[in-house]
Design a binder for this molecule. Structure first.
Ligand code: ADP
Ligand code: MG
Length: 325
């Protein structure tokens, strides 16, 4: 029922940035090579996400706006840290608290299709012209839910949360092109990196971070734990904790344990309260990470936190020492 959707949405659709995260993750899941996000106002007025992914047929579009209608394999659940509690909840939850237009056209088909909903109510179900891929517009987010709108911060803060969300997703997917426009102004624009692995990642991090050039490669390899990426040089670092990009099994996370480990790694190299930039990717078996945390948070729980902490510290220190720092 729509009431159930709205309750689910109240828990998980916190702010425009959480909508952007869900829609862009879907675009990535659809194999998009180019993703564009357009934002109007503070993001509640208008969000438009366009991708060139594999698209949806009209039937799968109708299914996608029903609760728990995922097309993804059940096994994928265990591999990914999903910000929604259940598979297949994002689109109906978002659609229940906004005006929602879903347009899609699988590559190789003649034309596209459009579904238009308002507050979860289907208003239009018919053909539409668009390029191959998917385009989703979310307008008037929370307009009918003043209790939720009240929790939003200033437009500037909401836009910067969207910017941060997209920057983190762009960092985790160097081979995809991303663009973010706010009222037509370009906030982020990165081309797809052709090079795989750390060199592609390094170029992407450089494109996204102002001080990306002053970083050294991290390459820590154990049988069931891998830590790779880039660590900032402590000298002349103007970085804040905002410049620390941490990923677990490819997903952006903001985790206290990891942030603390990073601080530990630089303990003798940075004055207290100072930070170094970092883009670190931690890969470990899925049964070593607990994804059973609050759906709207990006924190993770490790089975062996002491080991993760110690490994991250030695990975970063080894990288700095190798660079003679
Ligand atoms: P989930 O991602 O957990 O499956 P969602 O509610 O986010 O659930 O999406 C529901 C379904 O809609 C997806 O499983 C997918 O089949 C389809 N879908 C959503 N967004 C896109 C997209 N951008 N391109 C292609 N298919 C999509
Ligand atoms: Mg999804």
């Amino acid at each position: 029922s729509h009431l159930v959707d709205r309750i689910a949405a109240g828990e998980v659709v916190e702010r425009p940035a959480s909508v952007v995260k869900e829609l862009v993750e879907n675009s990535l899941d659809a194999g998009a090579s180019r993703i564009e996000v357009q934002v109007g106002g503070d993001g509640t007025q208008r969000l438009l996400v366009t991708d060139d992914g594999h698209g949806m047929t009209p039937d799968s579009m109708r299914l996608a706006i029903e609760r728990h209608a995922t097309s993804k394999l059940p096994g994928e659940d265990l591999l990914t840290i999903h910000s929604f509690g259940f598979r297949g909840e994002a689109l109906p939850a978002i659609a229940s608290v906004a005006r929602f237009t879903l347009e899609s056209r699988p590559p190789g088909t003649e034309s596209g299709w459009r579904l238009q909903l308002d507050g979860g109510e289907l208003l239009f179900d018919g053909p539409a012209g668009l390029a191959p891929g998917t385009r989703i517009a979310v307008e008037g987010l929370f307009a009918r839910i003043p209790a939720r709108a009240k929790f939003l911060k200033s437009p500037r803060t909401e836009i910067s949360a969207i910017h941060d969300t997209l920057r983190r997703l762009a960092m985790a997917h160097p081979n995809t092109a991303f663009r973010l426009l706010h009222e037509g102004r370009r906030l982020l624009d990165v081309a797809a990196e052709a090079e795989p692995g750390v060199s592609g990642l390094a170029r992407r991090v450089q494109a996204l971070l102002a001080d990306g050039a002053d970083m050294v490669p991290v390459d820590f390899l154990r049988p069931d734990l891998q830590i790779g990426g880039l660590a900032g040089l402590p000298a002349a670092s103007r970085a804040t904790s905002e410049h620390q990009y941490l990923f677990v099994n490819g997903r952006p996370v903001k985790d206290r344990l990891l942030v603390g480990a990073l601080r530990g790694a630089y303990a003798e190299r940075l004055p207290a309260g100072r930070h170094a930039a970092a883009a670190l990717f931690i890969t470990l078996p899925t049964d070593e990470v607990d994804v059973n945390v609050h759906p709207a948070k990006t924190e993770v729980r490790f089975r062996d936190p002491a080991r993760i902490r110690a490994s991250l510290i030695s990975a970063v220190r080894a990288a700095l020492e190798a660079a003679g720092i």
